[in-house]
Write a protein that binds this ligand. Sequence first.
Ligand SMILES: [Zn+2]
Ligand SMILES: [Zn+2]
Length: 206
Amino acid sequence: MDVNVIQVGPLMVNCYIVHDSENCLIIDPGDEPDKIINYIKNSGFKPLGIFNTHGHFDHIGAVKRLKEEFGIKFYIHESDVFLVKESASHGAFFGVMGVESPEIDEYVKNGDVFDFDGLSFKVIHTPGHSPGGVCYYFEREKTVFSGDTLFELSVGRTDFSYGDMDMLINSIKNKLFSLGDDITVYPGHGEKTNIRKERENNMFLK
Ligand SMILES: [Zn+2]
Ligand SMILES: [Zn+2]
């Protein structure tokens, strides 16, 4: 399994292409669908699904186009459906116009295990930044995609009406730190990090 990152949109979301030699999964295609489509076509990977860490507009802006282009399913936690539905107005509030809400095909929930031809991972529900925030954990590769739950030396904002800082901190300490110090963390924005670095140095988690 390998990870490629394509930074998209004005909020510089990390869209991750998780792949082996043939297939790929797309995590958080937030914007710039043409850039993502061209990347996948040029790489020759067959996309098998779109998995979102949460429903914020900056993470879902390219989902509709990718679904149309590749005919693949879009997966997200049910508790973030309201965010997907509000994505156009939420985007406009941040000055990003024309975000289109995609149709959701399937819900993910805590403990779900997926296996796409050997690309296998588990869903960890990590609410706090949003009610339906999840992380995708690739156990064999010691890799977790943390969305806007955990960043390098920071954490996701919780100042929206549905945000909850205590819940976010609990999610990180109880569900992510317990994965082990040697786990690589790929966040929704910014640089990759690892659990040890965050456990020892992240001021929000002291
Ligand atoms: Zn977010
Ligand atoms: Zn974000």
